[in-house]
Design a protein around this ligand. Sequence first.
Ligand SMILES: [Zn+2]
Length: 84
Amino acid sequence: MSTIELIAYGVAAVLVVIVAGAYYRLRQLPTLEQYRAMHPTARHGSGAPSCYKCNASNILIDRRGSRSGRTHICRTCGTTLWRS
Ligand SMILES: [Zn+2]
């Protein structure tokens, strides 16, 4: 096996680990229903969900992982909150 092949396999292995890790983390995220159940106080008067860490309601929808779903992230403290 040549050095080039070794590097190619190494890069491929790293990519697989990164993609699998991202997918695993997304699957670990609760859905909105689960998030509401987990953090019943993380909501505003209107019923809109808010960040369970800082209580901000300014939430970013991240579609970068659009094939496997969207993640909702607090714009104030950066916490990943739930998936949809
Ligand atoms: Zn927050």
